[in-house]
Design a protein around this ligand. Structure first.
Ligand code: F6P
Length: 318
């Protein structure tokens, strides 16, 4: 029977992580559990940065962006001796279960801890929407809203100057943010791993746009093509002046959207309910608007978010 539960956030922060931490802590307290936070992800776990959490500790956090318990990336977590120290630090506080909020790297870490005897539950928190098994990750909706608002603003200036805006968005190796934003703003072109890059086709599309429109928008997912090269090509071979905007970390900030707050609260509550019912080694997944628990092992093998259908619609709408 689980009695003491800790929660941590790991990897890139995402809007809604605070709402998830709050839900974990408050649900745990409602079930009579002793609750703890680990500061700064697995790095903080290794360093023993653990603190007791009370109802008040998570007050006024629901609507705040970022993660108030901090986050970090710890590549060294792959080493068993590092994980052993983490397990011992949990044991020192008598903590028997850990809720980890983050992306699939965070899940892999949690799965390893599970194998070492710590009860673990994962919650998907990343703006990228690239965690297998779940339709949505916490933070995706807010980041998408931020991107769409930014591109709407770019449209004003690019159409005034007859320009083509090239906008780089985040996503690591997942094109979900790029494709969803592409549909939402009516972009001319989206370029990401899932769409591939056909330079001649991109030029042709922007030339066609120039015949009927005062501006064009090209959304490019990070880590895929040389964006400066694309800018030069569009300057050289289309009537538009091309200008690049890299949205960067702005996309990760801001108050979480209502949808992200609800998703985070539902997943946080369900994570603790799993532990209370002696279910561990699972991650929370939103499947057709229901929160379900899928074993890490299964989820890590599943195919990530499918965006092909969305891209098909994007192309049909242009
Ligand atoms: O995983 C979230 C994310 O924001 C990615 O979109 C991006 O590639 C990465 O994190 C950036 O990571 P860092 O904060 O380590 O620069």
């Amino acid at each position: 029977m689980v009695k003491k539960v800790a929660v941590l956030t790991s990897g890139g922060d995402a809007p809604g992580m605070n709402a998830a931490v709050r839900a974990v802590v408050r649900t745990g307290l409602a079930h009579g559990l002793e609750m703890y936070a680990v500061y700064d992800g697995y790095k903080g776990l290794y360093e023993g940065k653990i603190e007791r959490m009370y109802r008040k500790s998570v007050a006024e956090k629901l609507n705040r962006g970022g993660t108030f318990i901090g986050t970090a990336r710890l590549p060294e977590f792959v080493h068993p001796e590092i994980r052993q120290v983490c397990v011992e630090n949990l044991q020192e506080y008598g903590i028997d279960a850990l809720v980890t909020i983050g992306g699939d790297g965070t899940y892999r870490g949690a799965y390893e801890l599970e194998k070492m005897g710590v009860f673990t539950v994962g919650i998907p928190g990343t703006i990228d929407n690239d965690v297998a098994g779940t339709d949505y990750t916490i933070g995706f909706d807010t980041a998408l809203t931020t991107i769409v608002e930014a591109i709407d603003k770019l449209r004003d200036t690019s159409s005034s100057h007859r320009r083509c805006s090239i906008v780089e968005v985040m996503g690591r190796h997942c094109g979900a943010l790029a494709i969803w934003a592409g549909i939402a703003v009516g972009a001319e072109v989206v370029i990401c791993e899932e769409t591939g890059y056909d330079e001649a086709k991109v030029i042709q599309t922007i030339q066609d746009a120039a015949r009927v429109k005062k501006h064009a928008i090209v959304i490019v997912s990070e880590n895929f093509i040389d964006i400066k090269h694309l800018e030069k090509v569009l300057n050289d071979f289309t009537p538009f002046e091309a200008r690049t905007t890299i949205l960067g970390y702005v996309q990760r900030g801001g108050c979480p959207s209502p949808r992200d707050r609800v998703l985070a609260s539902m997943m946080g509550a369900k994570a603790v309910e799993c532990l209370v019912n002696n279910i561990s080694g699972v991650c929370m997944c939103s499947v057709n608007e229901k929160i379900v628990a899928i074993p890490f092992e299964e989820a890590l093998k599943m195919k990530k978010n499918q965006v092909e259908e969305k891209y098909k619609v994007f192309e049909e709408l242009w």
